[in-house]
Design a binder for this molecule. Structure first.
Ligand SMILES: *[C@@H]1O[C@H](CO)[C@@H](O)[C@H](O)[C@H]1NC(C)=O
Ligand SMILES: *[C@@H]1O[C@H](CO)[C@@H](O)[C@H](O)[C@H]1NC(C)=O
Ligand SMILES: *[C@@H]1O[C@H](CO)[C@@H](O)[C@H](O)[C@H]1NC(C)=O
Ligand SMILES: CC(=O)N[C@H]1CO[C@H](CO)[C@@H](O)[C@@H]1O
Length: 324
């Protein structure tokens, strides 16, 4: 009996801490609650959806993010993001002449002015629209990112050594790299990857190199190109590196690269310790590694002419030299 109660209690706690969060911000109304819902906000951004529409399914995560960023903000009577199942609740959709789903409309309650939103349904464009039309700003404090931000080497060691049955991915990047400028955004590809099914096996972290306070891990793991990443296996402590040094020529670091890295599709070597990593890197340094630093990919740009060889040609030469 006691055991059963304990299980029930734990189950409740788990359910609340995991899935309670986003739903706290979602406001849904039906035909019976149109007036009280609409009258409490100066502006309402209304999402008309149906259960079976494909584009609604695609838009739902964006709507969730939007609700997290805008609902329950410091002036709750100024603006709200709300939704209604328009197939089941026809009163408002008939009034608003909604013919297909998803339909998004912004209502100004006092003036009864209605804007139909027909631009891209991505978060960035939506936020710009709402800032311009309803004069509201997203509240990023509402969004709880699963990505840990690491600012010093002590924190880094603590993170990678956390024993919780999950591997650890750390991305090293900086705000000066365009694709990483808005990584804190809920819809950034890194945030999405960290919230995807890979979250079951991997903990995600980020080192913003412009805010890092020491250089220990950069020296220890020979990290000198950005963006780059490392992956730590929780079971045996071994790790892999991705583009952390200039000989690992990679064009970019996006969600596809992250996924193929953590799923082992890249077939990169595992290192047991930093000596192994150092020896691995050494074989490249002995050969003309400086020739293989390429503009735009490394922190330091090489001033040595590359003789106009393509990236692939240079890499092939490099591989041949190593085999000698
Ligand atoms: C929304 O605001 C109310 C009142 O300030 C507060 O009690 C509630 O916890 C808030 N909800 C969320 C999800 O922040
Ligand atoms: C590292 O960062 C953590 C979190 O910001 C901080 O508590 C800690 O004091 C820092 N340690 C050092 C050695 O700077
Ligand atoms: C190499 O590139 C430079 C500048 O882009 C060009 O002037 C030169 O003719 C090229 N050399 C060869 C061998 O293609
Ligand atoms: C609260 C939140 O951030 N929700 C969603 C944001 O968008 C991503 C992907 O689009 C979803 O995975 C999140 O659940």
């Amino acid at each position: 009996m006691h055991f059963f109660l304990l299980c029930l209690l734990l189950w409740n706690l788990t359910v609340h801490s995991v899935s309670g969060q986003v739903s706290d911000f979602i406001i849904e109304f039906d035909d019976g609650s149109i007036v009280p819902t609409l009258e409490r906000s100066e502006f309402s951004f209304i999402y008309f959806y149906s259960d079976t529409c494909k584009y609604c399914a695609k838009f739902n995560p964006v709507f969730d993010n939007l609700s997290v960023l805008f609902n329950n903000i410091s002036k709750p009577d100024a603006f709200q993001v709300i939704k209604t199942n328009a197939r089941k609740n026809k009163r408002l959709s008939e009034l608003f002449k909604v013919q297909h789903y998803p339909t998004l409309k912004l209502l100004e309650y006092k003036t009864k002015e209605i804007f139909t939103y027909d631009a891209n349904r991505d978060l960035t464009t939506l936020i710009e629209f709402l800032e311009a039309k309803a004069n509201v700003k997203p509240n990023y404090d509402n969004f709880v990112s699963p990505i840990k931000t690491i600012t010093n080497s002590t924190e880094f060691d603590k993170f990678v050594q956390t024993k919780n049955k999950k591997n650890k991915l750390v991305v090293f990047t900086g705000g000066y790299i365009p694709e990483w400028r808005d990584w804190e955004y809920p819809a950034h590809f890194y945030q999405e990857t960290a919230q995807s099914s890979y979250a079951r096996t991997t903990d995600f972290a980020l080192v913003d190199i412009e805010k890092f306070t020491d250089s220990d891990i950069f020296a220890r793991y020979e990290i000198n190109t950005f963006p780059s990443m490392m992956y730590f296996n929780v079971k045996n402590g071994q790790f892999q590196t991705y583009h952390t040094t200039s000989h690992q020529i990679k064009p970019k670091l996006d969600d596809k690269e992250i996924v193929s890295f953590i799923t082992g599709q890249d077939k990169l070597p595992w290192f047991k310790n930093t000596d192994e990593l150092h020896n691995f890197n050494l074989q490249y340094l002995e050969y003309q590694g400086h020739l293989f630093q390429r503009k735009g990919m490394n922190l330091k740009q090489s001033d040595v002419s590359d003789g106009n060889l393509s990236e692939e040609e240079q890499y092939q030469i490099l591989l041949q030299q190593i085999e000698l």
